[in-house]
Design a binder for this molecule. Sequence first.
Ligand SMILES: Nc1ncnc2c1ncn2[C@@H]1O[C@H](COP(=O)(O)OP(=O)(O)OP(=O)(O)O)[C@@H](O)[C@H]1O
Ligand SMILES: [Mg+2]
Length: 351
Amino acid sequence: MEVRVNNLTKRFGKTTAVDQINITFQDGKLTGLLGPSGCGKSTTLYMIAGLESATEGQIIFGDQDVTTWMPEKRNIGLVFQNYALYPHMTLRENIAFPLSNMKDPETGKKYTRQKRNEMVEEIAKLVQIENMLDRKPGQLSGGQQQRVAIARALVKKPDVLLLDEPLSNLDARLRMEMRTEIRRIQQESKVTTIFVTHDQEEAMSITDEIVLMKHGVVQQIADPHEMYLNPSNDFVASFMGNPPISYVDVQVKDGFAVLDNGMKLPYHTDYCGAAKMGIRPEAWAVGGDIGVKLTDVEMRGQDQVVSFALGKNRIRAILNAEEYVRSGQEIGLRLLEKRCYLFHPETGVRL
Ligand SMILES: Nc1ncnc2c1ncn2[C@@H]1O[C@H](COP(=O)(O)OP(=O)(O)OP(=O)(O)O)[C@@H](O)[C@H]1O
Ligand SMILES: [Mg+2]
């Protein structure tokens, strides 16, 4: 089901947590709601869930305005960071729990025990915990508990699945494994999913589309490639990518971006004047006439991250691992222009 929010706003006293946002969450797609801590991701999700009321604006599910509907009526599945499973119940009972107050749409009566069991087993298979249904949550790993929480959210076949930082309690390796799992489960169930995270890599790796927020305001809505390759402002450019984009203040003219110290970087554009130039770390390659002195070399295996100064700015670059460079070494680099971006020096808007 498609979910739309129109001019959605939430104020807590004087704080505007969510400020007139307009988003369409596409039917059957996985959308990442991304941004730094406090930017309004959870508040947005809770308004969609009906757990927080909207101060202004509308929430539309399909063609119905659900803005004032109670959460129970919205047919959503919710998964939080803490799995909130019932410790004294088996997994089977935990997953079946949301069905206990629901009516079977086929009969109009409560689900029979047999029907409930079938539904639990079907969903347990999807999240791959079908052989542990008689265990209790305490006998599971964190990743397995999160699978149970997802199964419990999916068992009533929700129109929308809402996930608030579901992986942040897991260690790094398990996080990577579980995010792939969430993608698989979402693609197999085809449920419209909104996934809240502050981790740009997590968002880029599994979503169809990303909504990036800052201070309650949407900065850009785009698919992961577009968001990384075509950022609409310097905040988006900085937020996406690791190591992050570096910046230099320049004057652009006649095919060059000129630094304060007179150093010239080749840059071809119609724009002329002052700019903040963002340089992605992968824009650099060894073998060129931009002479720099490396201050730091971090070998990562598949590549290496080096640092150097350009004028008064510190730059981070990713170089091929085969280039045998050391801290303190002077080398010549060349710059790939298409991995550089110009932003307005005050507003940060892409030029
Ligand atoms: N119940 C509340 N009362 C007052 N202010 C609140 C309340 N809930 C959230 N806020 C404020 O609203 C803003 C957005 O909070 P929200 O929880 O939506 O952020 P978030 O993006 O989910 O952050 P995080 O990544 O830390 O979870 C914050 O400034 C927060 O302090
Ligand atoms: Mg939050």
